[in-house]
Design a protein around this ligand. Structure first.
Ligand SMILES: NC(=O)c1ccc[n+]([C@@H]2O[C@H](COP(=O)([O-])OP(=O)(O)OC[C@H]3O[C@@H](n4cnc5c(N)ncnc54)[C@H](O)[C@@H]3O)[C@@H](O)[C@H]2O)c1
Length: 363
């Protein structure tokens, strides 16, 4: 690909102005690297609401209307419902625009390949943003582990509790496409939110050689099952093992400014451990990162542990990257395919009774 960095503000369009726009927009606000020129969403209510943020931007009902307008666009922030990712991204790349896509990239390898092929054919960049890689406490966790402070890594554990009460409102229309995803076997905990946890595993410890999983289900309303309890274990190529348990606490209230998700990451080394106590929600009211070594516990009280800041920093990284073309995209399309393979290996393992599956073999 022949990427030419921009030496002027990037002209950007938001495509999809729903719930997650509220956080993705943070990378664009007060950012001299970008000029927001267009807002696209079939919902008039959303267009009117978001126009207040960008009074100079033009609004459109569809991407086709934007393309037909002749307005110059360099890059798109694609915040579409998951079932629209594949065709939507191929359309955007085909119009000659770079794309920063929300996760999960798509549901299967063949679709992912179509998206990568479209990027290559149009000589455009496809990024699949991963805001967790920009969450301050997780970045500090990674730096702590790499510093050797807790010794050689023995293993690690991730925990996620989805709770039924608390957090911000999610529009009913979002649940409609989430249910479609569930019907296709791509549940909201393992595949949608879980995508982030799988991404952090790859980011922390590299490629994975074997995955074993037991994906469960809990019916929350007649005919609708949430994909918990679920347990997934894996081994990285470097020999480090990880385990992730997902549970559902339907009646639990969890204080959160965003989704109600109680999350933890705990890495154990030969002489200590480091643990991130929370992320999306405000579960454990301890410092967001604690590090134990040599008989002493250190708490990090001054990290920026607002989950929204990870969206701001991911967005800024992308918009800066477009001015340099240097360094990792966090994530590239190929990185995202590795996350997809990890998830598909977990499903394949669970379907086969929990046997070990090499993510490289899933199709
Ligand atoms: N990174 C994260 O932590 C995180 C969190 C939540 C959602 N997401 C992802 O963000 C994406 C959007 O999720 P959301 O929660 O904002 O959904 P949402 O349902 O709230 O919003 C989607 C918006 O897209 C609009 N839309 C539908 N069809 C369109 C089209 N053809 N062109 C333009 N706009 C169209 C809808 O009208 C709606 O306003 C999904 O991929 C989801 O997985 C990521």
């Amino acid at each position: 690909m022949n990427f030419t960095p921009y030496n002027r503000p990037v002209r950007a369009a938001f495509v999809g102005l729903g719930r997650i726009y509220d956080l993705n927009v943070r990378g664009y606000i007060d950012n001299p690297d970008v000029e927001v020129v267009a807002l696209v969403d079939p919902s008039e209510e959303r267009r009117t609401q978001r126009q207040a943020d960008w009074p100079d931007a033009q609004t459109f009902e569809t991407v086709a209307d934007l393309a037909a307008s002749g307005l110059e666009v360099d890059a798109v922030e694609a915040l579409l419902p998951i079932p629209l990712h594949v065709d939507g991204v191929i359309e955007l790349l085909g119009l000659g625009w770079h794309v920063n896509l929300q996760k999960p990239m798509c549901n299967d390898i063949a679709s992912a390949q179509r998206m990568l092929d479209a990027a290559q054919a149009n000589d455009r960049v496809l990024r699949v943003m991963e805001n967790y890689l920009f969450y301050g406490p997780l970045r500090k966790l990674k730096a702590t582990v790499e510093s050797g402070e807790i010794g050689h890594v023995s293993g690690y554990h991730m925990k996620m509790v989805a709770s039924g009460g608390g957090g911000w409102d999610v529009p009913a229309s979002s649940y409609e496409w989430q249910f479609k995803q569930m019907q296709r076997g791509r549940g909201i905990l393992v595949f949608d939110d879980g995508w982030h946890k799988l991404a952090t595993a790859l980011w922390l410890f590299g490629p994975i050689k074997e995955v074993r999983a037991w994906v469960g289900g809990t019916e929350v309303v007649p005919g609708i099952a949430i994909d918990a309890p679920t347990t997934i274990i894996w081994e990285h190529e470097n020999g480090v093992r990880g385990v992730w348990d997902i549970t559902l606490a339907v009646d639990m209230y969890l204080r959160s400014d965003y989704y109600t998700n109680d999350e933890r990451w705990e890495v154990t080394g030969r002489k200590g451990y480091a643990r991130v106590n929370r992320c999306t929600g405000r579960g454990i009211q301890q410092p967001s990162l604690e590090v134990y070594a040599d008989g002493e516990m250190r708490g990090f009280h001054a990290l920026d542990d607002d989950w929204a800041s990870s969206f701001r920093d991911s967005g800024r990284h992308w918009l800066r990257w477009l001015h340099t073309g240097d360094g990792p995209l966090m994530w590239s399309g190929d990185d995202a395919v590795n996350v997809l393979r990890f998830a598909l290996a977990a499903y394949a393992s669970s379907d086969a009774g929990g046997i070990g599956i090499d993510p490289a073999t899933v199709s």
